[in-house]
Write a protein that binds this ligand. Structure first.
Ligand SMILES: [Zn+2]
Length: 62
């Protein structure tokens, strides 16, 4: 396996990601410090789930 160490990652899933939820009208969406933003959701809880998925954490099955 050859991997070029000089190749810069486009989106590095590093701990530098800080997610927040932003309210827009009656919708809520997740935002990340890396520039990513999730889809508009009707519930903030759903937007938080989007943020979790963006960070790579497994979604808790309830
Ligand atoms: Zn991010």
């Amino acid at each position: 396996m050859y991997q070029d160490p000089a190749d810069p990652p486009v989106h590095n899933p590093s701990p530098g990601h800080t997610t927040t939820t932003v309210e827009r009208g009656s919708f809520c969406l997740a935002r990340c410090s890396c520039g990513w933003s999730g889809a508009a959701r009707r519930s903030r809880d759903r937007a938080r789930t989007d943020a979790r998925e963006h960070l790579g954490a497994p979604e808790p099955q309830d």
